[in-house]
Design a binder for this molecule. Structure first.
Ligand code: RP5
Length: 289
């Protein structure tokens, strides 16, 4: 296990995938108090509801049901084109079902997720400095630190602001997912003219050569269950001069209903664990937080 993940897990519990009604359903999660999240804490009559959304069945991107005798997943391994390896650790299998590495969520099944076990995503954190009309970097009056902005999208499903990340397709390289998701969600490349697309592709390909890994591991995503969960690798792509991607007029597309350059501060309210990832970028640049 890599150091970055050990440190994250030591402090980590999940909050956003615990308690309340599961997203886009009327299924209430069993309430799991903080002290009983860990599987190491005995809870003899733990019996949460079992829920997998109908929208997941028979989808090409989803696993079959675990009751399907022909389905023999290779847990904790690269399973053909499907990556079933967790960034966090070797996850346990109980009665044939993979167990969420952080602990109980109060719901069994897959919920809205396609894969049993880890569902791998990639998050491109594209940043630039906030600049005034003279092109000078803007400094926060309280912390005297320069203000970073990141490319934020508003998700169509929960309406929360987020990093424009997405699922890593089977067999796809993470570097490809990072670039593809940014283009689809933030640059609305699908609706650009052919000429615009060629120019955009060249610039983006160049810009996306220089990313720095910020995080890899578990995501406290509201879709997580006891048997399916999100993991991600987040990379920062920074346009220091604001002359590359930083000068793009951002347009929404694909899964995003809105997109904008958003000032970063601790007061943002973002989807899943995205604020934690953004904080790591601020620390890297000693930016205002
Ligand atoms: C989050 O879900 C990840 O951090 C990533 O941003 C996102 C991927 O899911 P979709 O946006 O494809 O639904 O857990």
């Amino acid at each position: 296990m890599k150091l970055v993940n050990v440190l994250c897990l030591l402090n980590m519990t999940h909050i956003k995938c615990r308690n309340g009604v599961y997203l886009f359903s009327n299924i209430a999660r069993l309430t799991v108090p903080d002290e009983l999240v860990s599987w190491d804490q005995e809870w003899l009559d733990y019996n949460p509801p079992n829920y997998t959304s109908k929208g997941v069945f028979n989808k090409p991107w989803a696993d079959p049901d675990l009751t399907d005798l022909d389905f023999k997943p290779k847990w904790n391994e690269q399973d053909g084109p499907v990556n079933r390896v967790s960034y966090t650790s070797c996850y346990k299998i109980e009665n044939g079902y993979p167990l969420n590495p952080i602990g109980r969520t109060g719901l069994r099944g897959r919920g809205l997720l396609g894969k049993w076990g880890p569902n791998h995503a990639a998050d491109p954190i594209v940043t630039r400095w906030k600049r005034d009309f003279k092109n000078s970097i803007v400094v926060d009056s309280d912390t005297s630190k320069p203000i970073l902005q990141f490319c934020a999208i508003q998700r169509r499903d929960t309406k929360e602001w987020a990093i424009p990340g997405g699922m890593v397709d089977s067999g796809e390289k993470v570097s490809e997912t990072l670039r593809r998701e940014f283009q689809e969600e933030a640059l609305n490349s699908l609706e650009a003219t052919e000429e615009e697309k060629i120019k955009l592709n060249e610039m983006i390909a160049d810009f996306f050569k220089n990313g720095q890994k910020i995080y890899e591991g578990y995501v406290d995503d509201p879709r997580n269950t006891d048997n399916s969960w999100m993991e991600t690798v987040a990379y920062n792509f920074h346009d220091d001069c604001g002359t590359s991607v930083g000068k793009f007029p951002l347009q929404a597309g694909d899964d995003a209903s809105k997109v904008q350059w958003m000032d970063i501060s601790r007061n943002l309210n973002l989807y899943a664990s995205h604020l934690n990832f953004i904080k790591m970028v601020c620390e890297k640049y000693s930016a205002h937080w």
